[in-house]
Design a protein around this ligand. Structure first.
Ligand SMILES: NC(=O)C1=CN([C@@H]2O[C@H](COP(=O)(O)OP(=O)(O)OC[C@H]3O[C@@H](n4cnc5c(N)ncnc54)[C@H](O)[C@@H]3O)[C@@H](O)[C@H]2O)C=CC1
Ligand SMILES: CC(C)(CO)C(=O)C(=O)O
Length: 298
């Protein structure tokens, strides 16, 4: 399969690099990473290890591929979609956090698949990516149901040794992941704690409230996600990732823009479309945006 990875930073480089053992992969990245991969190949280290040689370029448009993986941060999704609109791609799959597929689908002709990724990835230096945890990629039709295209993509991922599952209930899975991110990311980022600090007490209560509101908005969107399931998902992920610093905490620590708009912000916006108020998500989003403005990155 000819696969274009749009936005090869940490996750895109890891997944694209693993896919390159079997498929024809092109990483769209920024220099010096793109130049280094072109010149000397890519080292994958950590929980996965390989040396592979995908193509790498900073050119964003004019590509032709069977599949485009979108792995930019959520706030770069619209720009990525506009660049992909000037490519010839058979399908698009987002592995991003937050609700980004709608942005892609509204700007692109190609079918857009939904995806979630729990692999851990860190770009250590140009040309070198660390797999910090072997997770799973789940993908499927954006509106749910069986999908032959998703099956082909899932097989292509498994052929390259990736742990990939094709699911027929992506709407529920996306909203459950959103509830987990809405509950964990903002709370850990604002209080500067590891995920495990959300096991109990006020922080656990706050994470549950954000997740419960997200589940309620999911149901307004006709996605069946009971409050209990969302709360339990938060607790399960907190337990499993207790020693992790959430991606949003890492962004705040590095004084980088966060994905709050596509997580708590998306919950607020979609709730508002239904005339519904989500005070916990609104407060978390407002605090993070205030921090971003104060840090001069918004
Ligand atoms: N890193 C991880 O372990 C995981 C990340 N995710 C999600 O995956 C998405 C990506 O995360 P990361 O890889 O960590 O972020 P990242 O910031 O390391 O990678 C994004 C890359 O896209 C590049 N980019 C943006 N616009 C571009 C353009 N127009 N042309 C070329 N390159 C462009 C940036 O330079 C950056 O290197 C996020 O939504 C994140 O939440 C999900 C699961 C795990
Ligand atoms: C699941 C969780 C919360 C793990 O840290 C995550 O997705 C993130 O940090 O963005």
């Amino acid at each position: 399969m000819r696969i274009l990875v749009f936005g090869a930073g940490s996750l895109g480089t890891l997944v694209g690099g693993l896919l390159a053992s079997v498929h024809d992969v092109t990483l769209v990245a920024r220099d010096p990473h793109a130049a280094r991969v072109s010149a000397a190949g890519l080292d994958i280290v950590g929980a996965e290890s390989a040396h592979v040689s995908p193509a790498a370029t900073t050119t964003e448009t004019g590509h032709s591929a069977d599949l485009a993986l979108v792995t930019v941060k959520s706030f770069d999704t619209a720009a990525a979609a506009d660049a992909l609109a000037d490519c010839d791609v058979g399908a698009v799959l987002s592995l991003q956090n937050g609700l980004t597929e709608e942005t892609l689908a509204s700007r692109l002709d190609a079918p857009v698949l939904a995806g979630t990724a729990t692999y851990g990835a860190r770009l250590v230096e140009p040309g070198r990516v660390e797999c910090t945890g072997v997770g799973r990629i789940v993908l499927g039709a954006l509106d749910g149901g069986p999908d032959p295209l998703a099956e082909r993509v899932g097989k292509a991922f498994r052929d390259a040794g990736l742990n990939a599952l094709v699911a027929t209930d992506m709407p529920r899975r996306r909203w459950e992941k959103l509830a987990v991110n809405a509950g964990i990311n903002a709370v850990t980022a604002l209080s500067r704690v590891e995920n495990g600090a959300l096991r109990s007490g006020d922080a656990n209560d706050l994470a549950h409230r954000a997740a419960r509101e997200t589940a309620r908005v999911a149901r307004l969107e006709r996605v069946s996600l009971p409050n209990r399931v969302a709360r339990e998902a938060v607790d399960r992920v907190v337990e499993k990732t207790a020693a992790n610093r959430s991606s949003m905490l890492q962004d705040v620590a590095a004084e980088k823009r966060t994905e709050v708009d596509a997580i708590n912000g998306a919950v607020v916006d979609i709730a508002a479309d239904h005339g519904f108020e989500v005070p916990t998500n609104r407060t978390l989003a407002a605090l993070l945006r205030a921090w971003e403005r104060g840090a001069g990155i918004r």
